[in-house]
Design a binder for this molecule. Sequence first.
Ligand code: SDX
Length: 421
Amino acid sequence: MATVTLTNNITGKSYELELLAPSKGSALIDVRTLYAKTGLFTYDPGFTSTASCSSNITYIDGEAGELRYRGYSIEYLAKNHSYIEVCHLLLTGALPSPSQFKEFDAELRKRAFIPQSMVKLFHAFPDGSHPMSNMASAVAALASFHYEHLEMQESQDFQIMARRLIAKMPTLAAFSYRHSLNIPLIYPDLDRSFTENFLYMMRAYPTGPREEIRPIEIAALDTIFTLHADHEQNASTSTVRAVGSTGAHPYVAISAGISALWGPAHGGANEAVIAQLIDIGSIDNVDAYIARAKDPKDDFKLMGFGHRVYKNFDPRAKLLKNLLDELKEELGVDNNLLKIAQKIESVALSDPYFIERKLYPNIDFYSGLILIALKIPRPMFTVIFTIGRTVGWITQWIEQKMDTEQKIARPRQRYTGPIID
Ligand code: SDX
């Protein structure tokens, strides 16, 4: 058994701690018995050096800029497989055969409808309410309609629970968007694929001609969903696992994940990037904003830059940048915003401040430019992230449920307050 020795130089005592080997990546010091053995805690605000679980779903190598779902590289999956095939891979551990795909796809189409009485929930939201708060509420409300998922035994039960949720996310999202415009809701069309159906429910008119949905738009959005599908133990996934560890309903755990994702330090960054590019307004102003980002007295951050794990280019940002280059003419990407983004990237990547801190563009830096071209309104950007990430959240939730090592998530603290006897 590989071990590390910890020596307490105050007491002179030494302790052996086991080193755990992953299938790839950094070895881990098993500190589960540390407090019992030594009376000492580890201290790691934000969990920069702490692993919360074992998982065989997603692998990230931050130094190399590598991302894999169930062992397949993100580059291979984005190029060769649809988002629905990636959902099957994440949920079951295998890419679907043609017959499995047919069955899986048909099941998701059928489950895209939401309970009719949930429509009233959307009418309760005030005009102009942010779709992310609507989504967090709607997904939590779904738990009331499918209370049976609180007690699941068979793996089939877990699959039905997961497929039901994945299928309903585009419908809930489109309903939330259309409610915010006070226009009639459009129900899913069984003859349309997952991604096309979302664009249809966002754009269609209850009667009469519908805006054309071009194959290139469907392909671009499908790739965006795939790139967002999972990302190991990020803040929202860790939230889903923490809520899951208490035995709460899976859908309220996902609702908590949606709430965590909304923050601008996390998934809310895609919306914030576009706001920032609009604020900057011209490539002539980029240097002033870069200076602000570097100023320790200014809490201004360059949105879409930096990452807790990637200390190299986020591979998803690279794929989105290539997608932008390929599609900018056909999709009609906003050239001025694209030029500002490209200028930010080139200035930042040659600046010592960013180089020393290994700050690179992350997934949110380019995604918004494609979403604008797809006529997705900015408040819906993080909802797009939510639709893509739901499969990752629910797969991680299921893995945690099956993991015999898992306990209720309950970290300790370093107390710095008074003791008053
Ligand atoms: C996502 O975790 C995931 O996997 C998330 C995600 C997923 O798929 O689930 O990849 C999705 O959330 C992507 C990240 C989106 N957020 C943003 O783009 C917001 C801007 N980025 C930062 O807020 C920040 O980079 C974080 C939150 C992403 C990461 O923060 P860390 O790891 O806690 O790093 P840090 O804040 O300690 O920064 C280290 C240094 C600091 O400077 P010093 O104190 O050392 O002088 O880098 C600086 C920071 O000030 N820094 C930045 C910066 N990001 C970090 N300086 C300017 N602009 C930035 N964007």
